[in-house]
Ligand binder design. Structure first.
Ligand code: BES
Ligand code: ZN
Length: 456
């Protein structure tokens, strides 16, 4: 083990350079103009995996390619097998003007590495790759077989990966899945995440007149789609911060008293959260703490809202259409399809007869919850403690990783979520960053993890 940790210690500057190279790809899965960058990024990643001694290939899919990389298989003995999941796609970087330095030109300041994708998720799975490199390059025997599955569609719902898992089911069968794509509450507070929220997403389009109209000549006689949409959206959440869609809470599993006590002990409660986010006052579902609201209660959010003239100055029109991008975060046992059906029905009821309603898209994923008491979970807690020198905390987090349910269903294995992102990492925001100590300790955690897991 010393050889592995020495190797990690000695090679940090090179690892950092390599990570910067990886971060230079504008691998934005949601934007069609970045398709060549997605391809180039996948090719680079596979090449890098080969350089560190893995058998790697770029696997084409109906969407963005998946990079599959395996440790060389030793002999025929059945050893424990683990899949390491990560995603090389990133969220759109806009608005560009709020970035201190360009999103795809990595910049190091103090112990922070700034770039889109640094925390979410390139830096996090790169830590695992570097730990495995340390084993392979020092000739230290890995006690298990590893397969990296690095996809390019996580930020858009992981549609191609499900088919891929089904096709490669036998090859990917494993004892557990390791994912570093979540958070930790502080630099010295490692965490095992045992729950994630699910999600449904869709777009609402309201169409009014067949073209933008002069608001003076016609205003008053025709409905304004932007006004109609605002009124509909305003009715989706009530004054107690609850989602006002009939049936929405029917299947929600209530929080238990021990869970609530545990959540109350975590850092970043109300005041600290308000300061971190720069809001004058927090808002949430009445009767729940901010930590409960953002990890274990369902929500509805407008992610984007577009209508009318967006350029400089004014333009006196009644816009022809208005659109909103909506997502709900779900908790156990809400079913995404059922929630989508409830929303459709409710929106139809709310829509006035003066505009036409269209609901576009709609995909979802269930929430995820595993026992932190299982032997693999306990092994990962030991690996976190060994690397960070502190007792890890257990988290339920509010974000979603849509594929974890498919991984469970198709491969029959639970996911161990060992996040390395800090609360101020600016994931999905301008100036995303990754902490270099979390990067180094993440590598160390991964190095310990394979021993701990294989020993269970
Ligand atoms: N890394 C996040 C998920 C995450 C973040 C989990 C923080 C727990 C804590 C992931 O990249 C992500 O952003 N997922 C999307 C999925 C969606 C686009 C279907 C999300 O949660 O919005
Ligand atoms: Zn993300």
């Amino acid at each position: 083990m010393n050889a592995v940790t020495d190797y990690l210690n000695q090679n940090q500057p090179r690892f950092l350079q390599e990570l910067c190279e990886y971060l230079r790809f504008a691998s934005v899965s949601a934007q069609p103009q970045h398709q060549p960058d997605m391809k180039a990024c996948a090719a680079w990643l596979a090449r890098h995996c080969r350089q560190i001694g893995l058998d790697a290939q770029v696997c084409p899919t109906a969407g963005h390619p998946i990079v599959l990389a395996r440790t060389p298989r030793a002999g025929s003995a059945r050893r424990p097998r683990y899949v390491v999941y990560g995603h090389y796609d990133v969220q759109p970087p806009e608005p560009f003007e709020l970035w201190t330095s360009p999103p795809f030109e990595p910049r190091i300041e103090g112990r922070s590495l700034y770039a889109r994708g640094s925390s979410d998720n390139k830096g996090q799975h790169f830590a695992h790759l570097k730990a495995v490199e340390a084993y392979l390059r020092t000739g230290t025997e890995l006690p298990c077989d590893l397969t990296f599955v690095l996809e390019g569609e996580e930020e858009v719902g992981s549609q191609s990966l499900e088919t891929f898992l089904q096709q490669r089911r036998a090859e990917l069968k494993c004892d557990a899945i390791v994912i570093s794509d979540t958070g930790m509450p502080g630099k010295d507070l490692p965490a095992l995440t045992y729950g994630l929220r699910g999600i449904v997403s869709f777009e609402i389009v309201l169409r009014g007149p067949d073209r933008d109209l002069h608001s003076g000549i016609f205003g008053g006689a025709v409905d304004n789609p932007a006004m109609a949409l605002s009124q509909m959206l305003a009715r989706l959440r009530d004054r107690n911060g609850r989602v006002a869609v009939p049936g929405f809470y029917d299947a929600v599993v209530p929080l238990t008293a021990p869970e609530r006590r545990q959540l109350a002990r975590l850092p970043l409660q109300e005041a600290a959260l308000r300061r971190l986010l720069g809001v004058p006052k927090l808002l949430g579902e009445r009767g729940y703490t901010a930590t409960e609201q953002r990890s274990a209660r369902p929500t509805i959010e407008i992610n984007g809202l577009t209508s009318g003239y967006q350029g400089e100055g004014g333009k006196t029109i009644i816009p022809a259409w208005a659109r909103a991008k909506i997502t709900c975060r779900l908790v156990p046992d809400q079913d995404p399809d059922r929630i989508l059906a409830l929303l459709r029905r409710h929106l139809k009821q709310l829509c006035p007869p003066t505009v036409r309603l269209e609901i576009v898209g709609g995909h979802g994923a269930e929430a995820y919850l595993v026992s932190p008491a299982s032997p693999p979970a306990q092994a990962s807690l030991r690996a976190l403690k060994a690397a960070f020198g502190r007792q890890p905390v257990l988290l339920r987090e509010g974000g979603s990783i849509p594929i974890v349910n498919d991984l469970k269903r198709i491969l029959g294995a639970d996911s161990l979520m060992l996040g390395l992102a800090l609360p101020d990492c600016n994931a999905h925001s301008p100036n995303e960053k990754f902490d270099l100590d979390c990067f180094a300790k993440g590598q160390l955690m991964s190095a310990h993890l394979w021993r701990e897991l294989a020993g269970t």
